[in-house]
Design a protein around this ligand. Structure first.
Ligand SMILES: [Zn+2]
Length: 216
């Protein structure tokens, strides 16, 4: 098992879990990586033997203290690289995410620390993900759960799928965007910003995590 795939597993558990103390069902990891239940199960047992995760049969997987430390460092590197790639190198949101998937494994922690300092120690990635030591606060609800008429502010995009990142950047609907929900259908959510109306496919609307905003 390569260092890179170990890190990817720890990072995925960190991203997908509800809370640090709630076991993450292996089925969710299977969906995330598009791997079979058997191979996920094998990987998790290897990580358990290495002391990075605790596998609880029929319930799922938790990060141990050692696994948590590695996951936090990985997520921090990923999100700092994303900031650098979008803010200084002007890559698009989805390109930055894809490139950070590689750089997060390759760059030594010391390089990432200096990069963070250069960027003024940002607290969030371009998609709104908190950069450790900022806590991975649950924060907000998916746009699909917001009643029509309610005004909201976008907190983050999660999960950061290429389709969602491309669509939302083109529509300028990223963190801090203000919008009002007009209607939901099975396939779409219609919203309005101060300038225009946008129809979001449901698969994209559910990646937008928002909080109610009263200063629209
Ligand atoms: Zn991000």
């Amino acid at each position: 098992m390569s260092v890179e795939s170990i890190e990817d597993y720890l990072g995925a558990i960190y991203r997908l879990r509800q809370e640090a103390t709630t076991p993450l069902p292996l089925s969710q990891l299977g969906e995330y990586f598009a791997f079979s239940p058997v191979s996920i199960h094998e990987m998790i047992q290897k990580l358990d033997r290495q002391g990075l995760v605790q596998y609880i049969p029929y319930r799922g997987v938790l990060l141990t203290a050692a696994g948590e430390e590695e996951a936090v460092a990985l997520i921090q590197r990923h999100r700092i690289w994303e900031r650098f790639l979008t803010d200084l190198l002007e890559f698009s949101w989805d390109e930055a995410h894809q490139l950070a998937e590689h750089l997060e494994h390759a760059a030594p922690q010391a390089v990432t620390q200096r990069l963070a300092r250069l960027l003024g120690n940002p607290e969030r990635c371009p998609h709104g993900g908190p950069i450790p030591p900022q806590p991975e606060a649950p924060g907000g609800r998916p746009l699909t759960e917001i009643a029509p008429g309610v005004q909201v502010e976008v907190l983050r995009i999660k999960p950061e799928t290429p389709e969602a990142l491309q669509f939302l950047q083109a529509e300028q609907l990223g963190p801090r965007a203000l919008l009002r929900v007009l209607a939901h259908s099975a396939e779409h959510t219609l919203v309005e910003t101060q300038e225009r109306r946008v129809s979001l496919p449901a698969t994209i609307a559910q990646t937008l995590w928002v909080i109610a905003d009263f200063g629209f």
